[in-house]
Design a protein around this ligand. Sequence first.
Ligand code: SDX
Length: 442
Amino acid sequence: MSQKNSAAAKESNKNVKVIDNVSGKESNFPILTGTEGAPVIDIRKLYAETGYFTYDPGFIATGSCESKITYIDGDKGILLHRGYPIEQLAENSDFLEVCYLLLYGELPKQNQKTEFDRAITLHTMLHEQITNFYRGFRRDAHPMAIMCGVVGALSAFYHDSTDIADPHQRMVASYRMVAKMPTIAGWAYKYSLGQPFVYPRNDLEFSENFLHMMFATPCEEYKINPVIAKAMDRILILHADHEQNASTSTVRLAGSSGANPFACISAGIASLWGPAHGGANEAVLNMLNEIGNKDNIADFIKKAKDPNDPFRIMGFGHRVYKNFDPRAKIMRETCHSVLDELDIREEPLLDLAMELERIALEDEYFVSRKLYPNVDFYSGIIFQALGIPTTMFTVLFAVARTVGWIAQWNEMIEDPNQKIGRPRQLYTGSAQRDHVPISERG
Ligand code: SDX
């Protein structure tokens, strides 16, 4: 397939010359520039031209795709969704408006917003048979295990939106995923409590519906606190998308083989679960509870700095941000507003987290490595204040990130350069050798 670049990825008049000092061969590779951020060296012909692969474990310096969805400037602590700063979206949009923006590339006009909100609302119910799927899990199953299983199984229930070559089916699957995640998450929580599932209501906004399915019971009317619903909606906005992070790259790689969208999102949920990624919000709360009080902070900072100790300050550090994660700042403000609304005057975990942040940000080890709080550092404190158990924290992250995953999945499929992802390797195993019969193996 010929190599095409979209109009946006301009071939600059610059290139990079590679001189192989063994063969003396010179090769030139074009530099592509985008709208923002680092230009890239187009190495698609590197192996054919030089016989060399690149080597970049963890993809520290590797661009896996071209994208128009999210841009992060890690040095300046900037996060843009389709060009709009996260601070402005958190202040002025609701979550479904951000979903529309991520999926379609533009902020919706009023009629488009009304139509989109209604379409999502009408997809919030789950096939009734899926309730049986939950009953196969132990009551104490981790909700993320349930999310991986139930979301992966959706292709067995919604087979009419799995043909990825059909843009209409891709759109239906996208709406279904965004709309059903709160229901799947709410039911995972109810199942863990032994309480009956609460069905979505069409008269509630997205985040109100989510809180309702999490906390309502058949015994009395559940009253939505508008401040809490607004805080939940803002938290979902802050987690919606984040460029080519581990779980989004997982979704793209799974999707590159032509796998159905539900299977791809399930793969993304599995990747997000890891404590180095979305599982960090749960790990932060567990860490703060282990630290216990401010007197113990110094010992934990010491452990985090010890190269021989695997312990790290959870919620700190980031592959891209070498400045404050802009989401962490908004999360900290939201934390204060939620605690104020709930009249929680004393939140020892928040005090502990802020003291830990203060000490770390004055410590040369963290300063020299540009380690700052990330989106996960404060979110757990808010979730706990909302009465959400730690095992549900990463589930909430998955509810929000589903729109980012599905937007990136759609973009990958529509990319003219799209092909199955198949990285190469530096092989350091045994050279070819012959089989030895077991009787001769000594
Ligand atoms: C998310 O990619 C995304 O965009 C993710 C995310 C999204 O929205 O999708 O932003 C969400 O996953 C946020 C990150 C949540 N994870 C955590 O909070 C876990 C704690 N953080 C670390 O595990 C770590 O910072 C990572 C995984 C986030 C980033 O790891 P990198 O980029 O591979 O950095 P590194 O491990 O190479 O660290 C560089 C140095 C090392 O020290 P030296 O070997 O140079 O001496 O910094 C140290 C690390 O030991 N370091 C830490 C640390 N994070 C990095 N030391 C102590 N505590 C930490 N948290």
